[in-house]
Design a binder for this molecule. Sequence first.
Ligand SMILES: Nc1ncnc2c1ncn2[C@@H]1O[C@H](COP(=O)(O)OP(=O)(O)OP(=O)(O)O)[C@@H](O)[C@H]1O
Length: 327
Amino acid sequence: MKIIAFVGMPASGKSEASSVVEKLGIKVVNMGDVIREEVERRSLEPTDANIGGVANQLRNEEGFDVVAKRSVPKIMKLSEDLIAIDGIRGIAEVERFKKEFGEKFTLVSIDSPLDMRFKRVQKRKRSDDMADINELKERDERELSWGMDKAMEIADIVIENTGTLDEFRNKIESLVEYLMVEVEVSAVVNPTENETYVANALKNIFGDIELETLDTAQQHKKRLSGTGDVETLKNLHEMFRKEKILDTGRMQLEGGLSIDGLSTHFIINKQVASVGRMNFPADEEPLGSIHVTITTSSKDEMEKIFDWLTPPTKEGRPKFEMEIRQF
Ligand SMILES: Nc1ncnc2c1ncn2[C@@H]1O[C@H](COP(=O)(O)OP(=O)(O)OP(=O)(O)O)[C@@H](O)[C@H]1O
């Protein structure tokens, strides 16, 4: 499971980002629900004043990360691959989520300058919106006092929201597709082989991927396996170039494509990988090969990955080089 959360100054585009995510079918957990539930538990009317009052009371009684803390079990109960958290207000909440979810938690900062945010607020006309730029500055100050700037500073990904709304929505879609990519790698460890030898072969191709040892149906045979995201493919990306095997690589990727176009599977020579090089065996090697499966949430994303890893070539050189992170 992966968790994504947006932070940013008032009117930077967090709600827009959440609604794009929701439209893509991703579950959005609203932190405000925790407060609304507490309001109900205290048998109060769900008015703005009661919600604000209970939120403040909770923070004073149980700390600034109280809402995050109470959201954690709700998130843990879910079984989706990707979940978005809406409504982070400060650094304490970010720290709580980082502690609970570690690497699985991706914090995204949405950056937009004050004057642009003010123009957008004037159009938004939400009941709590301001007519004067100084009121927006005051709102900024309140968010800063909760450490929004610190939360933005430690974000894993920064998205500039300085263009059109469509451009922004495309960036968020691209980000979600990027986060949904899953890479699975595995290789058999034969009784005659040393586990470290196989682990090194895998790490030579996939960098510092975390591996676990699994039993196989056959006695004395183990399998080393690991899962990762697009970052896991960065070293492979370099190897295709170093070994000058872009065309062969492309054939492997395309050859292993599933009928629905959402996953591809190919094998890499384990023995060759153990010495830090890479090629593709025609068939599974006698001692087993390295198996790689890449899964995406859309055909477009898969095509993007193909073009990024192994662009088409002309006279042996890539016709173009592209970024995989288009946000
Ligand atoms: N790139 C953009 N171009 C034009 N309008 C935009 C753009 N991004 C966001 N907006 C609009 O700006 C307004 C503020 O965005 P949004 O409500 O998503 O911000 P927010 O970060 O959730 O704000 P708050 O912190 O105040 O809840 C909305 O009306 C939204 O539709």
